[in-house]
Design a protein around this ligand. Structure first.
Ligand code: ADP
Ligand code: MG
Length: 389
């Protein structure tokens, strides 16, 4: 599957298009996609992650309508949907995410109203930049704002997660919805997925964020994701026999894991080792960002990539080639695969004055090695969801 990047749109142009589609003035909301700097597959293991929002957004335009219906269309998908707020259940197609978000908001006590919604996005879908969370949070914000009642941004996060779990059938963690909601410009966000405590981490002026899209997404992503979750649970169940207070791999040290190696299958041991060491790398990376220590970030990103490739086994040839292409390019400071794995993107820290040379050298080396065209986005760390007035 090719993953061409949709072109950035201006809010004014989106508002005009949406008003034409919905037949009158609209309220306009948006929520960003995200890239995870480090901390992969740690979220559902109740560990640490360090995502940043990218300046690619999903826009949701809305007009209230009388009655209990939601009608929605998208600039990227041909199907349109009409849902009743009184009978929300999983459906086929992208409208499923809205059904899930609306259901999740109502389950938390918000009284929603009927609406006409139009969605358009610059976040490529299926590229590991979480277009689904951007869709959930932008439309969730629209529905919550139209209801007129006060709400907590955490309602949006929970509703988005409900859409993934109970409607889309993806047992994902809380990271994507959280960063799309709470991101701050110029910052990454360190999230503790066990208690949702979070901390903004300013990105040093000496590095720019560059996302490189391999242009591939291998089909095993979904099934392998759920398989990895299961393997982590098996590890926790075995470790808990010795120490019942272990609730997740978050509660396990590397020394403790090593001490129990013989009780785990080699595969389960390696899966657990990735999570345990990755949690530590997030903590170390936060410190390195604070200190502007790029040599340390280089080692941490490289170790994270190797751990995902060898222990968690979620990399693929194209991701490894893209990381190698970037490493040899001018301005490279640190890089690794990012997201669920089996395709999608790498994330890189690059010297700001060399972003253009980095971009062309990486694209050229990747094309030579893989025969594929890379799509490369240099992005500031962007702000989270908002209404545009
Ligand atoms: P990712 O979140 O990594 O981009 P997912 O498979 O989780 O990939 O989510 C992609 C799905 O989200 C799409 O198949 C579609 O159902 C929905 N989606 C994403 N962007 C849009 C959009 N602009 N309009 C409608 N639906 C969208
Ligand atoms: Mg998704």
């Amino acid at each position: 599957m090719s993953l061409a990047l949709p072109q950035p749109q201006t809010p004014a142009a989106v508002r005009e298009m949406a008003s034409a589609r919905l037949g009158g003035p609209v309220r306009l909301f948006r929520a960003p996609g995200r890239v995870n700097l480090i901390g992969e597959h740690t979220d559902y293991n109740l560990g640490f992650v360090l995502p940043a929002a990218i300046d690619r957004y999903t826009y949701a335009a809305a007009r209230p309508r009388a009655g209990r219906e939601l009608r929605m269309s998208s600039a990227q998908f041909p199907e349109t949907f009409t849902l009743s707020l009184d009978r929300l259940q999983p459906i086929r197609g992208w409208g499923n995410y809205l059904a899930g978000v609306a259901d999740g908001l109502q389950a938390q006590g918000l009284s929603l109203q009927g609406a006409d919604l139009f969605v358009t996005s610059e976040v490529p879908h299926g590229a590991g930049l979480s277009s689904s969370a951007a869709l959930e949070i932008s439309t969730g914000l629209a529905l919550a704002a139209l209801s007129g009642a006060p709400f907590d941004p955490l309602h949006l996060v929970r509703a988005g997660q409900h859409a993934e779990h109970a409607f889309a059938g993806t047992q994902s963690g809380v990271m994507d919805q959280f960063i799309s909601t709470f991101a701050r410009a110029g910052h990454a966000l360190r999230l503790d997925c066990r208690n949702l405590e979070w901390e903004l981490v300013a990105l040093p002026a000496g590095c720019a964020l560059v996302v490189c899209n391999t242009g591939v997404k291998h089909e095993l992503a979904g099934s392998e994701y759920n398989q990895r979750r299961k393997e982590c649970e098996i590890g926790v169940d075995l470790l808990r026999r010795d120490r019942p207070e272990i609730a997740s791999l978050r509660d396990v040290t590397l020394a403790e894991l090593n001490a129990h190696q013989s009780e785990l299958t080699p595969v389960v041991f390696r899966r657990c080792r990735h999570i345990v060491t990755e949690n530590q790398r997030v903590q170390d990376a936060v410190r390195a960002f604070h200190e502007g220590n790029f040599a340390r970030l280089h080692r941490l990103f490289a170790a994270s990539h190797a751990s995902m490739r060898d222990d968690y086994e979620i990399s693929c040839r194209e991701l490894d080639l893209m990381v190698a292409a970037a490493e040899a390019a001018p301005g490279f400071l640190a890089g690794r695969m990012t997201g669920g794995g089996f395709g999608g993107c790498t994330v890189n820290l690059v010297r700001p004055n060399l972003v253009d040379s980095f971009r062309s050298a990486t694209a050229q080396a990747y094309a030579q090695a893989s025969g594929l065209e890379a799509e490369i986005i240099a992005t500031p760390a962007a702000a989270g969801c908002e209404e545009l007035r």
